[in-house]
Write a protein that binds this ligand. Structure first.
Ligand SMILES: Nc1nc2c(ncn2[C@@H]2O[C@H](COP(=O)(O)OP(=O)(O)OP(=O)(O)O)[C@@H](O)[C@H]2O)c(=O)[nH]1
Ligand SMILES: [Mg+2]
Length: 709
């Protein structure tokens, strides 16, 4: 079968933003206007469970009115196939944005026209920078009281993109918002009503000031400034083409098609970020946003292919996006439901057909592609084949996890990996009833497999099962989903901070394990060096023994012992991170040595060496933003200091004040209650993990006491 749609007519895009900016609301409109559905469901109508938006279909999403997992939909606009992923804005689910951006070619960043740039928008923006994803800004909610386009654009330019290019200007704001001036087309669009099917009138720019009068001076100023704003846009965009720029400056002439091509070129290359506006809820501006997606965002491969890497992650080359190359796909999401496993993939090159066998190059295992489906949120449609540029799901793969490369077995290669965030909060998990005892570990294993920002650990001494995640909501929802999706009920303990430990300095240490009990004895001696590594480096092991002083067959036992022992460090039983363990020497005995003896020796060696290294305790430090009434600023800042926090920025956001800073997570439990009472319920905060820091020596004991309560 030949390709039915040329690659140039594809757009794979994500919608990203801070929580509540209106991503799901916008997605609903996109599906309506592209005729994928006949009715629009509003997010606030889903709580009673009678209705569901297409992308927030999960029970937990409907009840809470927030998006928890990314959902993919496919639609058509102006002959283009649009694969769109609606992502969550809550910081606890950042893995969903991460994995989506990894496989998408472009993104629409949504802003709340009142709040402007919010913390999670900044985080997601940085993620899009990391993955080099070109984007558009869409200032939504222009109909809300207090909507302020100027404030939003200023925030975008100062905090995110100096090169933001205002392509549309709102006509009015709050309840007077009636449409937008399109500086590229040189016309205004005025909607007759807020009905979803309301037509709009197209009016030349120079007639707008005569037609419209608003109660706010700021809104009238935008109108008065339209000619200048258009000139600015022309100069910035046409500067990307020397001839066009010259002509504009000398004769004021320009070619409208060339102008669009320049904006496209600038957006795709990351030199420009177009800014649009609208109100998805009031059905204004969504069709224009879709036009911009088609006009300005890249098709698969337009910004280059995907990097190929070696086993250590070093880039070895690039795979172009084309059908005429060996098959190469990346798994970016795995979900389990009652029908089995769905593995979401982005195909980068080649053609994959039902019945093909691929190689999971990450794990060295073969996978047979039984069924291929196109996914529409929670619905699937079976298809025969997928090609370069496609996003699809394979059904019932056995070996493949998030981030794995699936490739043509005749041309094995690894594709660039994704980065996963660090879980910083943990809870103990216990089965609720006897019935759940046996099923619990399998269910937890499934949840962790589907979500790489979760981690599972069984405490060796107490046997307690510990689940680690990004935040309290993340863990709560994981346990709740286990109940609704897998039918296993569990009880969660009190949330605790995931502290970590390190080696304070390099240590060389030898331990001899010798035991003589009746018959054969046990003997093993290991000499090891533990070198601390830079934060975030992980754990490495190297065998540097020469002359067979530790026989090869015992080396895996030594490495295994290190990797087990590091789970519970000597300062307070937390995971030991960022070090390299080097086995440099040892002794063995022909009869008395065994893998077990070497394991015991290594574990003791590790414990003693860590104690000798003046080990340190690390704690997660969170980036905190509080938005509040300026009157309460003093109290909130004083409190942040008491919580061992530091302030990094403070200022004004529209009519509210804000404080940004860094605070240890250990001091932040129950913060919501403090903030509510300190600001009479009017303050809000967002918090996300930033980095780990050494706990001051004097604080360790005090903190550990608090933790054990
Ligand atoms: N006034 C107004 N409200 C809007 C607009 N767009 C969305 N909303 C409302 O804002 C709330 C959040 O909308 P969502 O679409 O769920 O926001 P989201 O960005 O998907 O949120 P998360 O997925 O949870 O991050 C809902 O109550 C919407 O009805 C808009 O243009 N104007
Ligand atoms: Mg949403």
């Amino acid at each position: 079968m030949a390709r039915s749609k040329p690659l140039k007519l594809y757009r794979n895009i994500g919608i990203i933003a801070h929580i509540d900016a209106g991503k799901t609301t916008t997605t609903e409109r996109v599906l309506y206007y592209t005729h994928r559905k006949h009715q629009i469901v509003d997010v606030h109508d889903t709580k009673e469970g009678r209705a569901s938006t297409t992308t927030d279909y999960m029970e937990q999403e409907r009840k809470r009115g927030i998006t928890i997992q990314s959902a993919a939909v496919t639609t058509e606009w102006r002959g283009h196939r649009i694969n769109l992923i609606d992502t969550p804005g809550h910081v606890d689910f950042t893995i969903e944005v991460n994995r989506s951006l990894r496989v998408l070619d472009g993104a629409v960043v949504v802003f709340d026209g009142v709040a402007g740039v919010e913390p999670q928008t900044e985080t997601n923006w940085r993620l899009a920078d990391q993955y080099h994803v070109p984007r558009l800004c869409y200032v939504n909610k222009m109909d809300r009281i207090g909507a302020n386009f100027a404030h939003c654009v200023k925030g975008i330019k100062e905090r995110l993109a100096k090169h933001a290019l205002v392509c549309q200007v709102p006509l009015g704001s709050s309840d007077e918002f009636c449409g937008m001036a399109d500086l590229v087309a040189g016309v205004g669009y005025i909607w007759q009503s807020e009905d979803k099917d309301s037509p709009w009138e197209t009016v030349p720019l120079d007639e707008l000031p005569g037609r419209l009068k608003f109660s706010s001076d700021a809104d009238n100023d935008w109108l008065a400034n339209l000619p200048k704003l258009r000139q600015d846009l022309l100069e910035t965009a046409l500067a990307l083409d020397d001839d066009a720029f010259e002509r504009l400056l000398t004769s004021g002439e320009f070619d409208p098609d060339l102008l669009m091509r320049c904006i496209r070129k600038g957006t795709v290359s990351g030199q420009l970020v177009p800014v649009l506006c609208g109100s998805s809820y009031r059905n204004k501006g969504v069709q224009q946003l879709l036009d911009a997606v088609v006009d300005y965002l890249p098709y698969p491969g337009e910004t280059g292919g995907i990097a190929t890497v070696d086993e250590d992650g070093n880039v070895t080359g690039e795979q172009e996006v084309t059908d005429d190359a060996p098959a190469r796909a990346l798994a970016f999401k795995v979900i389990n439901d009652q029908f089995g496993t769905l593995t979401f993939c982005r195909v980068y090159s080649g053609v994959i057909k039902k019945g093909d066998t691929l190689l999971n190059a990450t794990r060295g295992k073969k996978e047979r592609i039984g069924r291929i489906v196109e996914v529409q949120a929670d619905d699937t449609r079976e298809i025969e084949e997928v090609r370069a540029g496609d996003i699809c799901a394979f059904v019932s793969l056995k070996e493949t996890e998030t981030g794995d490369s699936l490739v043509d077995p005749a041309h094995p290669v690894l594709l660039e990996r994704m980065r996963f965030p660090d879980p910083v909060i943990s809870v103990s998990v216990e089965p609720k009833t006897r019935d759940d005892v046996d099923k619990l570990s399998l269910a937890l294993y499934k949840m962790v497999k589907a979500d790489p920002s979760l981690r599972l650990h069984v405490d060796q001494e107490t046997g307690e099962t510990v689940l680690m995640g990004m935040g309290e909501l993340h863990l709560e929802i994981t346990i709740d989903r286990m109940r609704t999706e897998l039918g296993v009920d569990a009880i969660m303990g009190k949330p605790r901070v995931s502290f970590r430990e390190t080696f304070g300095k390099a240590v060389e240490h030898t331990y001899t394990h010798k035991k003589q009990t009746g018959g054969s004895g046990q003997f093993a001696e290991v000499s090891m060096i533990f070198d601390p590594l830079e934060q975030g480096s992980g754990v490495a092991f190297s065998d540097e023994v020469v002359g067979g002083r530790v026989p090869r067959e015992y080396i895996p036992a030594v490495e295994h012992a290190v990797r087990t022992e590091l789970q519970e460090g000597q300062v307070a039983g937390y995971e030991v991170v960022d070090f390299k363990a080097r086995l440099v020497d040892g002794k063995y005995h022909d009869v008395d040595s065994s893998a077990l003896a070497f394991e015991i020796a290594t574990r003791q060696c590790f414990r003693e060496a860590q104690r000798l290294s003046q080990p340190k305790l690390l704690e997660p430090i969170m980036r905190l933003e509080v938005v509040l009434d300026a009157d309460y600023l003093g109290d909130v800042i004083g409190d942040m200091n008491r919580r061992r926090g530091s302030i990094s920025e403070q200022g004004q956001k529209g009519s509210s004040a804000f404080v940004d800073g860094f605070v240890p997570l250990a001091e932040m439990f129950g913060y919501i209650n403090f903030l509510r009472s300190a600001t009479r319920g009017r303050g809000t905060f967002t918090m996300e993990f930033d980095h780990y820091e050494v706990v001051p020596a004097g604080m360790v004991e005090q903190l550990m006491k608090k933790e054990s309560k």
